[in-house]
Design a protein around this ligand. Sequence first.
Ligand code: DAH
Length: 340
Amino acid sequence: MKETIEKLLAEVEAFIPKSAEELENFRVDLLANKGKVKALFADFKNVPNEQRKEVGQLINTLKNKAQEKVDEFKAKLTSSKNQETTIDLTRTATPLRIGSRHPISIVRNEIIEIFSKIGFTVSEGPEIEDDWHNFSALNFPPEHPARDMQDTFFVESESGEMALRTHTSSVQVRIMENQKPPIRTLSPGRVYRNEAISARAHCFFHQVEGLYIDENVSFADLKQTLLYFAKEMFGEKTEIRLRPSYFPFTEPSAEMDVSCSVCSGEGCNVCKYTGFLEIMGCGMVDPNVLENCGIDSKKYTGFAFGMGVERIAMLKYKVNDLRLYSEGDVRFLEQFKSAF
Ligand code: DAH
């Protein structure tokens, strides 16, 4: 029996498994319930008394050595197996998903960039406005329909009734109240109207307001400034058309159309076969508005304009549903990669 154990001990010492499977076979062969070590312990009762101590120790040594082998190689085999599966230096890296700017931000930044080249700064105002800044100072008579609940979201506050601003023209008033001419500024921002949401209308959207006040500012200056903008925004060949219109805060007032960038003015379904698309309202600041804001209307004149950012983004990117801009669907948003 002693010889059998010593032979097994030598085999255990020399054993180097090449795989986890080989190691498991070794373990089962020696240490499992029906393994050789158990069998030796079972035979132990036949060992003569004088050899018992020595043989007993030998079996224990065999058991311990076999267990040590199993433990040692188990750790090695599983850790090298892990390395194989987790670190594969030849594998292609997972691409990083880079975000992109929202199309409304891209277009707003582009508008700011274009006007900043001719000296316009950027100014902002609050989205919750009082009646004075959103309506009264801008010459809206008390009975004007835009004050109606139909169009405006009114909110109650400690200082009385306030409104979510319906246009960025409210920022004009704040600027004129606080700055002395010459003023040349652009006011981008979000505006709100009580409209049913559809492909063509939304209860919030974005505008960029422009204001230029100085001595001797004329309608010709307005026209040339807007022509410059249209060409920068939609291309050198773009033409503009000013149609007489009405806004309470400008006199005279106009709406500006640009030649359709899809058909170059030939006529298509985007421009409804007119060759032109309306993009903004504009006009000479009404002397009443200048006076309301503390600016001497005998000395100063000025022009203002306001455009919808969604409208321009729609024309630029041929997006035909306003709702896409606020749904946050990455499949839509991922299409807009830009330097701005
Ligand atoms: N505030 C007008 C709107 O929301 C747009 C507008 C028209 C702005 C004429 C102006 C302007 O500054 O002169 O529809």
